[in-house]
Design a protein around this ligand. Structure first.
Ligand code: PEP
Ligand code: MN
Length: 353
C-alpha cells in the first residue's frame, strides 16, 4: 500500500511507481478516494529492495506492507499451532516460571545449589544461572565455562531443566555439548544475526527452546519478531519472546519496563511471551509489581533473578535478585493473575496463511 505525499500521484509519477513494482512482478491498483488516492501493490510485496526503491522517490510518504516480513513467526503462518514444552509445561496452558541467580559465582557453588533447590521449592520450572556474562565493563567478572559444571550439578540435584545464555558460537558449542535444556540470547545479542542464524542451525535437530530477550535499543515489535525469525528460518521454531526493558530508562528503574508489549507481540506472532521483570526495573523491591503487571498483560510466564542471599551474590544479584521466599509469594500471585486473564485456547486457529 503506497501513500503519496500529495493527495494523488501525477501520471508521470504513477508510471514511475508502476515501473518500480513491475521490476518485482507486482502491479498497482489505484483506489480512488474523495480526497486522496491510495496505491495498492498487487503481488508479493515483501521485497525490501522494492520498498526501498519506492521510499527513495521523493513524492512517496509511506509504504505499508500487508504481508508480513516474517513468514514463520507470523500469527497467520502454518506454525500458529506450534506449541513449546519446557520443564513439563506446555507454554500458554499454565503459567511458566524460570528462576535462579543472575550469575553463577564459581567460588560459591553451594549458594547456587541452595538457590536452585529453593527456587524449585518455590514453584519454578526451570533454573537459570549465568555461566558467561555480558558485562558493560571488560574489567567486571565475565563468567567462566567452569560454572557450567555447577549449573549441571543443580540440574542433577533438582531434576529441573536449566537455561544458560550464550554470546558466541564457542559458548553455544559448549552449552550444546553440556546438553543444557534451554538457551538464552541476551539483550546485547538479539540483533546479532550471525549468532541467531547459528543458534537456529545448531539447535535445529534437538529443537532446544530459545528465550530471545528484547534488545534494549530495539525499535519496533516487528524488529523483535524478525530477530526470532532468524532462528526459526534456520531450523528451530521453539522460540520464546522475552521483553526485559528498553532504553532510555525510566527514571529510577534500570530500563524502561516493557511488559506492555506483550499483547502486541501476541497479536502478531504465535510464540509465547515470558517477561523478565528483574532487568526491566533492576531493583528487587520493584520486581513483584512488574511481574504481576506482565501477567496482567497476558504473559505466559516470567524469568526472575533469585538468590538465597542476594547481598552475597555477584553480577546483578545483590541489587535485583529477590529471595526464594519472595519468589514463592510472587509465583502464587502470578498464578492468580494468570487465571484472571482470558486466554483463547484456540489461539491462532483459522488464521493459517
Ligand atoms: C541476564 O539474564 O542476566 C542478562 C544479562 O540479561 P539481559 O541480556 O536481558 O541483560
Ligand atoms: Mn542479570
Amino acid at each position: 500500500m503506497i501513500i503519496s505525499k500529495a493527495p494523488t500521484l501525477t501520471d508521470t509519477q504513477l508510471a514511475e511507481v508502476e515501473a518500480v513494482v513491475g521490476d518485482f512482478g507486482c502491479k498497482i491498483q489505484v483506489i480512488y478516494g474523495a480526497h486522496r488516492n491510495i496505491y495498492a501493490i498487487i503481488g508479493d510485496e515483501r521485497s525490501e529492495t522494492m520498498v526501498n526503491r519506492l521510499l527513495g522517490l521523493d513524492y512517496i510518504d509511506r509504504v505499508d506492507r500487508m504481508e508480513s516480513v516474517y513468514k514463520l513467526m507470523d500469527i497467520r503462518s502454518d506454525l500458529c499451532h506450534h506449541r513449546i514444552h519446557v520443564g513439563g509445561v506446555e507454554l500458554g496452558k499454565e503459567p511458566f516460571f524460570i528462576a535462579g541467580q543472575c550469575t553463577i559465582d564459581p567460588a560459591a557453588e553451594s549458594a547456587f545449589l541452595e538457590t536452585a533447590a529453593a527456587v524449585k521449592e518455590a514453584g519454578a520450572h526451570v533454573i537459570r544461572g549465568g555461566v558467561w556474562k555480558p558485562r558493560t565493563s571488560p574489567h567486571s567478572f565475565q563468567g567462566t565455562a567452569k560454572s557450567m559444571e555447577i549449573l549441571l550439578k543443580a540440574r542433577e540435584q533438582t531434576g529441573l531443566p536449566v537455561i544458560a545464555e550464550v554470546m558466541d558460537e564457542n559458548q553455544l558449542r559448549i552449552a550444546l555439548e553440556a546438553k543444557v535444556d534451554m538457551l538464552q540470547i541476551g539483550t546485547r545479542n538479539s540483533l546479532n544475526y550471525t549468532l541467531l542464524a547459528a543458534v537456529g542451525r545448531r539447535t535445529a535437530e534437538a529443537g532446544i527452546p530459545v528465550l530471545l530477550k528484547r534488545g534494549r535499543h530495539m525499535g519496533s515489535v516487528d524488529e523483535f519478531i524478525s530477530a526470532a525469525e532468524y532462528i526459526a528460518a534456520n531450523g528451530n521454531p521453539n522460540l520464546i519472546f522475552c521483553p526485559r526493558g528498553t532504553m532510555p530508562k525510566l527514571d529510577g528503574f534500570r530500563n524502561h519496563p516493557d511488559e506492555s508489549i506483550t499483547p502486541l507481540l501476541k497479536e502478531k506472532s504465535w510464540a509465547p511471551v515470558v517477561v523478565d521483570p528483574s532487568h526491566s526495573v533492576g531493583r528487587a523491591k520493584y520486581v513483584p509489581a512488574c511481574a504481576l503487571a506482565a501477567m496482567a498483560y497476558g504473559a505466559d510466564g516470567l524469568v526472575i533473578e533469585t538468590h538465597v542471599n542476594p547481598i552475597s551474590g555477584i553480577g546483578d544479584d545483590p541489587k535485583q535478585s529477590i529471595t526464594p521466599e519472595v519468589l514463592n509469594k510472587l509465583i502464587q500471585n502470578a498464578r492468580m493473575v494468570w487465571s484472571l486473564n482470558p486466554r483463547s485456547a484456540t489461539k491462532g486457529e483459522g488464521k493459517s496463511a
